[in-house]
Design a protein around this ligand. Sequence first.
Ligand code: CU
Length: 98
Amino acid sequence: MKKVATILIATLFAGISAVYAGEAAVGKGTVNKIDPAGASVNLSHEAIPAIKWPAMTMDIKVADKKLLSGVKPGQTVTFGLTKDPQAGYVISRIEAAK
Ligand SMILES: [Cu+2]
């Protein structure tokens, strides 16, 4: 019983698997370029099975430009995606990966 609880807790704290309320998926990647004017970031991200995205390099819009102030090119980041009716998937949070 104790072993089961330990495995469960380890799974819960695995980090990247944590999807926040309202988020469609969580991803991990490396920041290539930040575009404050376009409110987007170019990322090389790992596969995101929750939304069937393979690993790729792409520009992704951020929900709020302020999110861009916390990251810089070359950084490994984790990010949350929410689905916007017009823009498709947008980054709702992004932070340096632990
Ligand atoms: Cu992508």
